[in-house]
Write a protein that binds this ligand. Structure first.
Ligand code: 13P
Length: 250
């Protein structure tokens, strides 16, 4: 059985004071939650405060983005080495907001994934179709293309060290969750892609998180699907009680 991962993506929310306040409430609520890996992705400015706040717990911290370059004159960017040195263990790569609003390509995603692995981070590589793709019957084509151009470009060993997050764009921040069956179909498709590109062993070990309007009241239905190995949670991860309720889905 694959170990589940519940990850929160705070996006551009929370000051340092809010970060401290979050963990003061959150930590005791998940202190006995051993059934899954717990990850929180604060904005860059709050990473060090978040790391201080989770000392002595099993909660891991993630960057929300990373540069594809090791270093250099790239104003505004943060490197994988910097994230790892700061104490992050994970990094979110290729989120649809980065793809849509900041024009990230599959090639960017592949480079960012590789450089993150070189720094010892665990990439959470996001992919997902838009509403219009789904309506046009192009879901698998889009997911297949994102898979091939991003995680599919890794070596088998590199691939075994990443997580995928299936985040249908139409479900992000909209309150429209994919039904557990729709999510499971997409996960099964991505697992088939992994099997074809790498091996059955890689496919069955791959952990795929679902993201898109995950809330305390739908997490159980989602996690009842064997294909879903966890969740990447946006809005509901901002409130410590609601995120703890998601973590404690069992
Ligand atoms: P919401 O949970 O707010 O829909 O966001 C999902 C997401 O984008 C997580 O990365």
């Amino acid at each position: 059985m694959r170990r589940r991962v519940i990850a929160g993506n705070w996006k551009m929310y929370k000051t340092l004071a809010e970060t401290r306040a979050f963990f003061t409430t959150f930590n005791p609520l998940v202190a006995n939650s051993k059934h899954c890996d717990i990850v929180v992705g604060p904005p860059f400015t709050a990473i060090s405060t978040a790391l201080d706040s989770v000392k002595g717990t099993s909660i891991a911290i993630a960057g929300q983005n990373v540069s594809w370059s090791q270093d250099g004159a790239f104003t505004g960017e943060v490197s994988a080495h910097m994230l790892a040195e700061a104490g992050c263990r994970y990094v979110i790569i290729g989120h649809s907001e980065r793809r849509q609003l900041f024009r990230e390509t599959d090639d960017n995603v592949a480079k960012k994934t590789l450089i993150s692995l070189e720094s010892g981070l665990t990439p959470i590589v996001c992919l997902g179709e838009r509403q219009e793709d789904r309506e046009a019957g192009l879901t698998e084509e889009v997911l297949g293309r994102q898979f091939t151009g991003g995680p599919g470009a890794l070596t088998p060993d590199e691939f075994s060290r990443i997580l995928l997050a299936y985040e249908p764009v139409w479900a992000i921040g909209t309150g429209r969750t994919a039904t557990p069956e729709i999510a499971a179909d997409a996960h099964a498709f991505l697992r088939r892609c992994a099997g074809e590109k790498f091996s059955i062993r890689h496919a069955s070990a791959l952990r795929i998180l679902y993201g898109g309007s995950v809330k305390p009241d739908n997490i159980q239905g989602l996690m009842a699907q064997e294909e879903l190995d966890g969740a990447l949670v946006g809005g509901a991860s901002l409130d410590p009680k609601s995120f703890a309720a998601i973590v404690n889905f069992e």
